[in-house]
Design a protein around this ligand. Structure first.
Ligand code: GLU
Length: 450
């Protein structure tokens, strides 16, 4: 395959949710796996609903997931190109002015439905003469503009759905330009896909019908350019089967970040849900890209259960090496010689990244020990070996305590854990003890301030 160029084209009318992020990830991983390029293109020609703030927010959300685009475009800055394409379509007779109001169209549709006809636009405007149009405009009506579809079946080989075809005679001529002169999504999208030499359009299956229209537009505007390859993936639905919506903020990337989930857990779950691949934790997006394959995406809706993020976050953290998280630890002021061994000891015990702070306090600060069984703890303190300590110290020490007190199993280990860490459970004490060190261990056992 020649190097692919893909795009993620959100409208900046809200923050992105996990379903939008999934589209971005599919494109990004596809580009990464095939040494291609990924463009972020803001579909912001709907000036009333789009905002620069949402656009910035989307870039932040993508960066959090590890997605950094090669290029960023804004359609609002490219309107001249769309106007030029519209002129060309007009000149070739494919774009025609229409004057119906929404109420008139609704009424016509109802009549068609009552007669059992498909609610397809009847092209009445094509039969208007120049003087009819002049009269309508004199009434104060502004035209909206429709693209005249050719009859016939649009066909393509979809990378997810296989051979796909749509009968264009069953579609209304789509409106490309509104009464106020602004462009709907369709024309700018095609103009940009041609101009940016997009090779693969990977998007949700809610766009399948658009593809039939867009293939005709590509044919009309760039008959000699190769059409992109299309892939329409299944849509993500919530655990209760509900559709996700950008406007309601459901499962927004920003809220998942605030909840402390790992970005790679979110990325892995968003990518692997609804595919034939098992959902599993990964150490990098590169690793996810290696196993990513559009043909593994299922045709059924993909049910996303946020509860899975708990386990996946826990498993993702357990996979990280110290170097993967060094900077994040530094940001929590977890530095120095204990930082790396602590990470290795505790990474398998974290529900959230910040939980590492709990264990950092255990080895580097004062804690509130839980002191049950005072006399046993005194005995254990007596037997505490002198430093230097290493990972064998715990076994040697507890074996001495066992011999001296006759205790074994939970009765032996649990009071020690409670006193040394102040917690019921946690990382292996063999790893923690040398990091806690003699002075702190002794103070916690005998109950003096550290
Ligand atoms: N702005 C469109 C959307 O968010 C883009 C669709 C496409 O990828 O062409 O659904």
């Amino acid at each position: 395959m020649t190097s692919p160029i893909v795009r993620f084209a959100p409208s900046p009318t809200g923050r992105i949710h996990i379903g939008n992020a999934r589209v971005a990830l599919f494109n990004f991983l596809f580009a990464a796996a095939n040494l291609g390029r990924f463009a972020l293109r803001f579909d912001d020609t709907d000036f009333a609903r789009s905002s620069e703030e949402f656009a910035r927010g989307i870039e932040i959300d993508l960066a959090w997931l590890g997605i950094v685009p090669h290029e960023v475009f804004r359609q609002s800055e490219r309107v001249a190109l769309y106007a030029d394409a519209a002129n060309r379509l007009q000149r070739s007779g494919r774009l025609y002015p229409c004057y119906e109001t929404q109420e008139e169209l609704d009424k016509r549709r109802k009549m068609q439905q009552a007669r059992g006809l498909p609610p397809v636009y009847d092209r009445a405007a094509l039969r208007l003469s120049a003087s009819d149009r002049a009269a309508l405009e004199a009434e104060g009506r502004q035209p909206h503009w429709r693209f005249r579809l050719e009859p016939g079946v649009a066909e393509w080989n979809d990378l997810v759905r296989g051979p796909a075809h749509i009968d264009c005679s069953a579609l209304s001529d789509p409106v490309l330009i509104r009464e106020d002169g602004s462009f709907l999504y369709t024309l700018p999208s095609v103009v940009d896909d041609i101009d940016m030499r997009i090779t693969h359009v990977i998007r949700g299956e809610d766009h399948v019908t658009n593809t039939a229209v867009q293939l005709q537009l590509i044919g009309a505007l760039a008959p000699h350019a190769p059409a992109p390859i299309f892939a329409h993936h299944n849509l993500l639905i919530g655990a209760g089967g509900e559709a996700l919506s950008k406007r309601t903020g459901s499962l927004s990337i920003a809220s998942l970040r605030e909840d402390g989930y790992e970005p790679l857990a979110v990325a892995a779950l968003a990518t692997l849900t609804g595919s034939s691949d098992n959902v599993h934790a990964v150490r990098s997006l590169g690793e996810l890209a290696q196993s990513f394959n559009l043909s593994h995406v299922s045709r059924n809706p993909a049910r996303f259960d946020p509860a899975d993020l708990e386990t996946l976050t826990h498993r993702t953290l357990a996979l990280y090496d110290y170097d993967d998280v060094r900077e994040r630890l530094e940001a929590l002021t977890i530095v120095g010689r204990k930082a790396e061994p602590l990470w290795r000891a505790a990474r398998g015990n974290l529900a959230r990244f910040d939980d590492i702070l709990t264990w950092w306090r255990v080895v580097d600060a004062e804690i509130e020990p839980i002191r049950e069984d005072e006399s046993f703890l005194q005995d254990a303190a007596q037997l505490l070996p002198s430093e230097p300590w290493d990972e064998t110290t715990w076994a040697a020490w507890t074996s001495d305590i066992k011999t001296a007190t006759g205790r074994k199993g939970k009765a032996l280990f649990h009071p020690l854990r409670l006193a040394l860490t102040g917690a019921e459970s946690g990382p292996e004490l063999a790893s923690l003890l040398p990091l806690i060190g003699h002075a702190k261990a002794l103070a916690r056992l005998v109950g003096v301030r550290e």
